[in-house]
Design a binder for this molecule. Structure first.
Ligand SMILES: [Zn+2]
Ligand SMILES: [Zn+2]
Length: 729
């Protein structure tokens, strides 16, 4: 490696996995060979840390004399982090104002992958019933079922301590199994089942195939209504990458979408791609990470964390449902996976396809500027037409007292069910009721750690905070005035709507679909099967059911509360509502039968509702874009949020005020705040926000880096910067 001319002798500059430290120099011991990207074990005081060797000229630091260098301890047996990914790590750290180790940690996200042994000991139930059965043992065996994993993983699945699992091993109810972690993956076959494409699809597919062949960076917006066959089209680009021996990364906004994707992929390519998500066992993570790093895994699909994996030879990136805001990470490194995916394409010299039926205004703007090429798929593919959409004015046609479904929606459901077709009711709210209050004293049950109401989950008999996870059994008496049976549920969640549906249609089968019921790809697969077999008549679900699914017999979609996303003063509220309802509407009538969408709203005259009914998305987008332009909001201006938090309120407030006082006076930039955040308390921490608003071309990162760099604050105060924020809480 000639690069080492920059570091004479046997030195290496290393980024160690510690956010507080800059790059450190080490001595490379005799017999060890490292290069930029090598993953090493480095000593730090008495500890050993994982680190990555970096080009010294890219990370200037104070030179340390040879005599003070410590030896590297070991070289991890894994391919070095490739150069394009190293450049992406640098860019991400710089753009999102994050420490390099935080970003690098996302590339090394599987510690098991870095450890020596390719065999892992896992555990599974033997079927033997222990002589001494305790409640915990029973719970463990029941929940584990036929699953397999480390002691720690099984304990987590069963919600018991490690000791319970170990006890079960001792008595023979659970046994160990040796797992070969590095068995190769089957190779997807680009010619397994080529599709019949419409002429429109074929011409778009051919453009994408050419782009893959060109092996250069080229961003595309693949724009087509739901059901227009975007997936089949980008599958052809994947086929081209496979034929060229290159890797593809497909990003999905959430794990629940993985399952339908895997099924479609297998039908086209004969085997599953490599899935990467948080539900993987340690052995699966190791296998996937190493196969991706070696280049053996040709197609990887995953949520945003799959973006930072060390692909050996990436030839194509697809971001599906690219408008989804869940691509934005809201803690740690506050990156937006859609935007970072485009940067990765640039560093890898590979085409990037952003697929969506409802592009983000930011993405449409890139098309208008000529930076992204737009590929449009007109109309639905096959016999299906776009669904018929109507708004129900909830003031003119209110539901009966104590109910949430308007008579017209109920009538529509009835007619649909009589034809033996399926209904989907969409309400983006988990649980039974969003607020519980005491009828006697008016007390509202609030989370002790957050500025948020406790949400009732009646199926579990618990109240839960959706921000911090705090939960406890639903009390019988008011915690304030101690009146019995005085607590009343206010407003509907999916469970409550499902109750109403069961009352209205007692002989129909109802399923609730939320992250509470569909928390793993396996559960999602079960749901799909039940829908396809007609084991479900009515689905009541959150945004989890709005995307990716294709149920030909689902012909009526009811939006229970279309106004839900409009409050809160979020700059993207109308856009998000439009996208979400378009998505869920797209579930209706995907087969030969026509679909209908009924939208319950209190403001049928709002632009977004009118656009949904007329289907005139162009007019809606244009009006929204103009408003953003007038307000110098993204993409015409830019924001960055500075969030100051601490368990000590006074300390947080003091630091926030000092940051506000030392704001740089610049014409191109305006600072709002500090002010208590709308979520003034989160997970026990008090929060204050400042919002920086700047012109588009202004280097706001540089200014913030210098501004905050000049200040100091106590360790109990955390200052986070969110560049291009999506959450304004
Ligand atoms: Zn009370
Ligand atoms: Zn909470």
């Amino acid at each position: 490696m000639t690069i080492w001319e920059a570091m004479p002798g046997n030195r290496a500059r290393v980024i160690v996995m510690n956010n507080a430290l800059g790059p450190l120099d080490y001595r490379v011991p005799h017999g060890m060979q490292v290069e930029p990207g090598s993953i090493v074990i480095a000593p730090l005081g008495p500890r050993q840390l994982v680190g990555v060797v970096w080009e010294p000229e890219r990370l200037p630091t104070e030179e340390v004399g040879d005599n003070r260098l410590r030896n590297l301890i070991g070289l991890v047996d894994a391919p070095p982090i490739p150069a394009p990914l190293r450049r992406l790590v640098e860019w991400t750290a710089d753009y999102y104002l994050s420490p390099l180790p935080s970003v690098l940690r996302m590339c090394l996200s599987s510690s098991a992958a870095l450890e020596g042994s390719p065999t892992i000991v896992e555990y599974r139930a033997t079927g033997l019933v222990p002589k001494r059965m305790t409640e915990q043992r029973e719970q463990a065996l029941e929940r584990i079922g036929d699953r397999q994993g480390l002691v720690r993983e099984l304990a987590a699945i069963a919600d018991v301590s490690d000791a319970v699992i170990r006890g079960l091993v001792k008595v023979g109810a659970i046994e160990s199994v040796l797992v070969e972690a590095d068995t190769p993956y089957p190779l997807p076959d680009p010619n397994f089942a080529p599709p019949d494409l419409s002429p429109d699809q074929a011409s778009v597919a051919s453009i994408l195939r050419q782009a893959v062949g060109a092996e250069t960076f080229q961003p595309f917006l693949l724009d087509g209504v739901t059901g227009s066959g975007k997936t089949e089209v980008y599958f052809e680009a994947i086929a081209a990458a496979l034929a060229a021996g290159k890797q593809t990364l497909v990003l999905l906004p959430e794990i629940a979408l993985t399952e339908p994707f895997l099924t479609r992929f297998t039908r086209r390519f004969g085997c599953e791609p490599v899935a990467w998500h948080s539900d993987l066992r340690q052995s699966q993570r190791r296998r996937a990470w190493r196969a991706i790093a070696s280049g053996e895994a040709k197609v990887a699909v995953g949520a945003r964390s799959a973006l930072f994996l060390p692909y050996a030879d990436l030839g194509l990136i697809v971001v599906d449902e690219a408008h989804e805001t869940s691509f934005k990470q809201e803690e740690g490194v506050h990156y937006h996976a859609r935007d970072v995916a485009v940067m990765r394409g640039l560093f890898e010299q590979a085409p990037v396809v952003l697929a969506t039926a409802t592009p983000a205004i930011e993405t449409r703007h890139q098309v208008q500027l000529g930076r992204y090429e737009e590929l449009k798929l007109p109309g639905r593919y096959g016999p299906a037409d776009l669904p018929h959409v109507e708004a129900i004015d909830m003031i003119q046609e209110p539901p009966e007292r104590g109910r949430w479904l308007a008579p017209r929606l109920v009538k529509g459901m009835q007619a649909t069910l009589e034809r033996d077709e399926q209904v989907l009711l969409f309400l983006n709210r988990r649980g039974y009721a969003p607020l519980t209050l005491c009828r006697v004293c008016g007390h509202r049950l609030q989370c002790p750690n957050c500025t948020a109401w406790m949400v009732e989950h009646r199926l579990l008999g618990r109240l839960a905070c959706h921000h911090c996870g705090h939960s406890y059994p639903t009390p019988r008496e008011c915690p304030e005035c101690e009146s019995e049976d005085s607590l009343a549920a206010c407003g509907p969640g999916v469970e409550r709507v499902a109750d109403e549906v069961r009352e209205l249609f007692p002989d129909k089968k109802v399923a609730i679909v939320t992250s509470d019921t569909l928390w793993s790809p396996q559960k999602a697969a079960e749901f799909v099967q039940r829908m396809e077999h007609g084991d479900i008549d009515i689905v009541v679900g959150t945004q989890l059911v709005t995307k990716g699914y294709h149920f030909p017999n689902l012909t009526l979609v009811g939006v229970v509360d279309a106004d839900l996303g409009l409050g809160g003063g979020d700059l993207r509220a109308a856009e998000r509502t439009f996208q979400q309802i378009c998505q869920v509407s797209g579930r209706a009538g995907r087969g030969e039968k026509p679909g209908t969408v009924l939208i319950q709203t209190h403001c049928p005259d709002a632009d977004v509702m009118k656009a949904l009914v007329t289907g005139d998305s162009e007019a809606f987008y244009e009006a929204e874009t103009e408003q953003r332009r007038d307000a110098h909001a993204p993409p015409f201006g830019r924001y960055a949020a500075i969030i100051v938090s601490s368990e000590d309120k006074a300390a947080a407030e003091d630091v926030a005020r000092r940051i506000g006082k030392s704001r740089p006076e610049l014409e191109e930039m305006h600072v709002f705040g500090p002010a208590p955040a709308p979520l003034a308390m989160l997970r026990g921490r008090h929060r204050f926000r400042l919002l920086v608003h700047a012109r588009r071309a202004f280097d706001v990162q540089d200014v913030i880096r210098e501004w905050l760099g000049a200040l100091e604050w106590p360790a109990k105060v955390r200052v986070a910067v969110d560049v291009d924020p999506y959450s304004f809480l």
